[in-house]
Design a protein around this ligand. Structure first.
Ligand SMILES: [Zn+2]
Length: 205
């Protein structure tokens, strides 16, 4: 699983929570980003075993810090804390929670695709549903997740996003902006106000 993780980042990003997309990209891959140096430092271990799964020869036989359930929960909480620290007043508690959930989503998606190499805690009670053993299914899931996550029409906030666009347009043009939140308006057909005059959108019948 690689691309699929990013679908969570696309889906979690809205105009309302204002979390930068790069933060969500880091969040959804944080466990893997930590895994590489942890392996390098010898804190976690991996070896090559040919045909251990249909799609990857990596035997991830020891990952207690980054990919155990308890480890993932701790990293998720830490990520929310660091996000709050970095963004200060700009970060709402719900945005910090979304960052934490984005980090934890990595473990949930790994649980679906990995063979049983994800420990519940430390190196014990390994779980994993093993979708990596089914080449076509794993690939289809990656693509489906990416399409769903990146599809703007699946996110109602994209309508509010267009309202934010109108607001900033009006601000940039020294214009008043009233009733900017127009449910049903789209970015291509917004209700604009310029210099106090309403520019009626051309409505297609
Ligand atoms: Zn992973």
């Amino acid at each position: 699983m690689f691309l699929g993780h990013y679908s969570v980042a696309f889906a979690a990003r809205t105009e309302r929570n204002k979390i930068p997309l790069w933060v969500l990209f880091v969040a959804v891959q944080l466990l893997d980003l930590l895994w590489a140096p942890f392996v390098f430092l010898g804190l976690e271990k991996v070896r090559i075993v040919l045909r251990i799964t249909a799609t990857s020869p990596l035997d991830l036989y020891y990952m207690p810090c980054t990919h155990s359930l308890i480890g993932a929960l701790i990293w998720s909480a830490l990520a929310a804390f660091v996000y709050k620290l970095m963004r200060g007043a700009k970060a709402s508690s719900s945005a910090a929670l979304i960052v934490a959930l984005a980090v934890f989503s990595h473990w949930i998606l790994d649980l679906i695709v990995h063979r049983p190499d994800l420990a519940i805690y430390d190196d014990t009670l390994k779980v994993g549903f093993g979708l990596l053993n089914y080449k076509g299914a794993e690939f289809a899931m990656e693509i489906a997740l990416l399409v769903i996550g990146a599809n703007p029409s699946s996110d109602p906030d994209h309508v509010l996003g267009s309202a934010a666009f109108v607001e900033s347009y009006c601000r940039n043009h020294d214009a008043l902006c009233r009733d900017c939140v127009c449910v049903g308006e789209t970015k291509a057909n917004p209700l604009l106000m310029e210099n106090g005059d309403v520019i009626e959108p051309t409505r297609s019948s």
